[in-house]
Design a protein around this ligand. Structure first.
Ligand SMILES: NC(=O)c1ccc[n+]([C@@H]2O[C@H](COP(=O)([O-])OP(=O)(O)OC[C@H]3O[C@@H](n4cnc5c(N)ncnc54)[C@H](OP(=O)(O)O)[C@@H]3O)[C@@H](O)[C@H]2O)c1
Length: 269
């Protein structure tokens, strides 16, 4: 199988490439600003904002499947328009599309969100991810929209934020609840979804709902150091981000062989 990973230079994209190469796939990856070191992957520079360039590259590669991960937190054109361009180019060659979405599409509430709940974004990043979902679904109703949460693991920016908080350089909120997932588990789940016929949104996150502050404490305990960690409430009022977003990933857990480990297990010991 030929797999095209859009955003191969990213945290998840790199892990997707490594696992797909190890599985024997022909892997083509894209980067935008940073050339990644990914043995066995044919790399191309691509700006997903350039609709014609996306079309040309996908037409050249003729992949069997495309995993679309590219985004920039505060850039609508990359996150939303870019995702639409990737979807248009993918349907043009008849390839399978797995699009990476986010729990950020939800407004936040105490009850967990099911897979099929419509987006209710309350901040620009969530709105851009919701717009991307809408575009991708309209262009390719057969695409999977993987809604995931904080991606953790070696080199994760979420773990780096915890380490920064331990040094007093960042603040972790006690009222910002998420369901972290390990990058290795998430990549394996995404690659399992490629040959499946699942269509539409699917929550793929860990089973443990923790606040960013609790995540920081788990990281601190692992390092046996918790002094200096700054925590506070007020995520919603201060930063205009949704507070409690729990993804119910039970459908994915039943569908996939990959076990989605909780963060308590991941960071134990
Ligand atoms: N990280 C999380 O905790 C988290 C949580 C929920 C959902 N997600 C979703 O999961 C996906 C992967 O996240 P991640 O953390 O692995 O992302 P990441 O490490 O920030 O990587 C983003 C990728 O997008 C590429 N990119 C940026 N601008 C681009 C452009 N104009 N054209 C083409 N590519 C461009 C980057 O390329 P360069 O680096 O080469 O510029 C990089 O490969 C995203 O869709 C994100 O919304 C992430």
């Amino acid at each position: 199988m030929t797999l095209l990973v859009v955003g191969a230079s990213g945290f998840l994209g790199g892990e997707l490439c490594r696992q797909a190469v190890a599985a024997g796939d022909r892997v083509v990856g894209t980067y935008h600003s940073t050339t990644p070191d990914l043995p066995g992957v044919r790399l191309h520079r691509l700006d997903v904002r350039d609709r014609a360039a996306v079309h040309t590259l996908v037409a050249q590669v003729r992949p069997d499947a495309v995993v679309s991960t590219a985004y920039v937190y505060a850039d609508w054109a990359v996150t939303a328009d870019g995702a639409a361009h990737v979807a248009l180019a993918t349907v043009a060659v008849g390839a399978r599309l797995v699009h990476l979405s986010s729990d950020a599409v939800h407004a936040g509430r105490p009850e967990p969100y099911g897979d099929d709940e419509p987006p209710s974004p309350v901040f620009p990043y969530g709105a851009a991810k919701a717009a991307a979902e809408t575009a991708v679904r309209a262009i390719d109703p057969g695409a999977v929209l993987v809604r995931t949460s904080l991606i953790v693991g070696e080199g994760s920016k979420q773990i780096q934020l915890c380490l920064d908080a331990l040094d007093g350089r960042a603040t972790l909120f006690t009222d910002e609840i998420r369901c972290p997932v390990d990058v290795v588990d998430l990549a394996a789940a995404v690659l399992e979804l490629v040959p499946s016929d699942h269509a539409g949104p699917l929550n793929v996150a860990g089973p443990d709902a923790v606040s960013r502050a609790e995540l920081g404490l788990l990281v601190a305990r692992r390092l046996t150091a918790s002094v200096g960690m700054k925590t506070t409430t007020s995520a919603a009022s201060g930063l205009r981000r949704p507070t409690e977003v729990r993804l119910d990933s039970s459908r994915a857990a039943a569908l996939l062989r990959t076990r989605l480990r909780g963060v308590t297990e991941l960071l134990a010991g």
